[in-house]
Design a protein around this ligand. Structure first.
Ligand code: NAD
Length: 351
């Protein structure tokens, strides 16, 4: 049985990737390595914790000695690397933790793989999961990020991810490590931590709290259902070409304010509130420092070369997402208490 290491598998996207690999690849044994930071939650993968081809390993990718030991004890055939600090607002208040996890942690994994695989790279793969935010921001409608865009990261988060992407490419170029990278647009769906736009709004709507919208809500993001991202990762992990980068996106751009209004109307209907009642909660707040205006992905390479396309329409994905949060309010309550609650109070004290 091939051993595959997935990092960050207790987080939002990682949990969907772990579930998919455990269920669809019974010939793999999946090792889920996660430090269980505020964003990691084993509840996200409770349904598969007893599967025979699944093992959870608690550990920090910043700890090089631990990572080296893990690789020496296990002959991993592949790595799917998702562990990261992922929230732009947190990167603005604490950039160093992003340098440590996203840059140093990634280099620790690259070193461990290089050392353990001893230059016999046949049937090995190091897959680095990244973001479209490394490309900077777009202004002109009709322009999209393609894989050959130059990098122009503009937040500490995107700078740390860009740096890690460069290290991954450098290990391919210098040591011939068999790597693939993907850069994806904003994900949404179940298990999304409620500091990010969609789950934050759903949570606040349920609680009838103000709905903080940055600036005038004009910023535009492309949204992809998280399970479609997990499928894309599966496809790229198996069929992608070493050294290549693949953009992943939903071709589904929304201005933040339009998305919040849409969520308000869905929630009015689901909660039996009067039409237009929820949108009264919208509160415009001081814009995020250096807030990128627009991200939009051209995923043509992935669809033409590897045959991947998003499977779910946005309307259906949002319905499923809202239903999941309504049916999992205990999950919401648990993750919004404790550490997260403290952070939430600090970050949103004026909202
Ligand atoms: P997340 O914050 O929900 O989860 C991150 C996971 O990594 C958590 O389980 C956390 O405990 C773990 N982790 C953090 N630091 C760690 C460390 N030092 N050692 C081990 N584990 C650690 O993030 P997400 O939204 O699921 O994003 C996953 C990956 O996908 C990230 O690399 C992110 O940059 C990338 N990405 C995210 C999006 C998005 O919309 N969320 C879009 C494109 C790319």
């Amino acid at each position: 049985m091939k051993k595959i290491l997935i990092t960050g598998g207790a987080g939002f996207i990682g949990s969907h990737v772990v579930r998919r690999f455990v269920k669809f690849h019974p010939d793999y044994h999946i090792y889920n390595l996660d430090a269980l930071t505020y964003a990691g939650n084993l509840e996200n993968i409770k349904d598969i914790e007893h599967e025979p081809n699944y093992t959870f390993v608690k550990g920090d990718i910043v700890d090089a000695a631990f990572i080296d030991q893990l690789f020496s004890e296990n002959d991993f055939h592949g790595v799917v690397h998702l562990a990261a600090e992922s929230h732009v607002d947190r990167s603005i208040t604490d950039p160093m933790s992003f340098v440590m996890t996203n840059v140093v942690g990634t280099v620790n994994l690259l070193n461990a793989a290089k050392q353990a695989w001893k230059e016999d790279f046949s049937n090995r793969r190091f897959y680095h999961v990244s973001t479209d935010e490394v490309y900077g921001e777009l202004h002109d409608p009709g322009t999209f990020f393609v894989e050959t865009n130059k990098y122009d990261p503009r937040s500490p988060y995107s700078a740390s991810k860009a740096s890690s992407d460069h290290f991954v490419r450098a290990y391919h170029n210098t040591y011939k490590l068999p790597v693939v990278i993907s850069n994806c647009s904003n994900n949404y769906g179940p298990n999304h931590f409620p500091e990010k736009l969609i789950p934050l709004m759903i949570h606040n709507i349920i609680q009838q709290k103000p709905l903080p919208v940055y600036g005038k809500g004009e910023n535009i993001r492309d949204w992809l259902f998280v399970e479609d991202h997990a499928i894309a990762i599966d496809v790229i992990f198996h069929d992608g070409v070493n050294g290549e980068t693949y953009n992943i996106g939903g071709h589904n751009e929304w201005k933040n304010i339009d998305l919040v209004l849409l969520l308000c109307s869905i929630m009015d209907r689901k909660l039996g509130r009067e039409a237009g009642e929820t949108e009264k909660l919208i509160t415009y707040v001081t814009d995020r420092a250096g807030h990128d205006l627009r991200y939009a992905i051209d995923a043509t390479k992935l669809s033409e070369e590897l045959g991947w396309k998003p499977s779910l329409q946005f309307a259906e994905g949002l319905e499923r997402t809202v239903d999941w949060y309504l049916n999992n309010q205990e999950w919401l309550n648990n993750v919004t208490s404790g550490n997260y609650q403290k952070y939430y109070n600090e970050m949103y004290s004026d909202r």
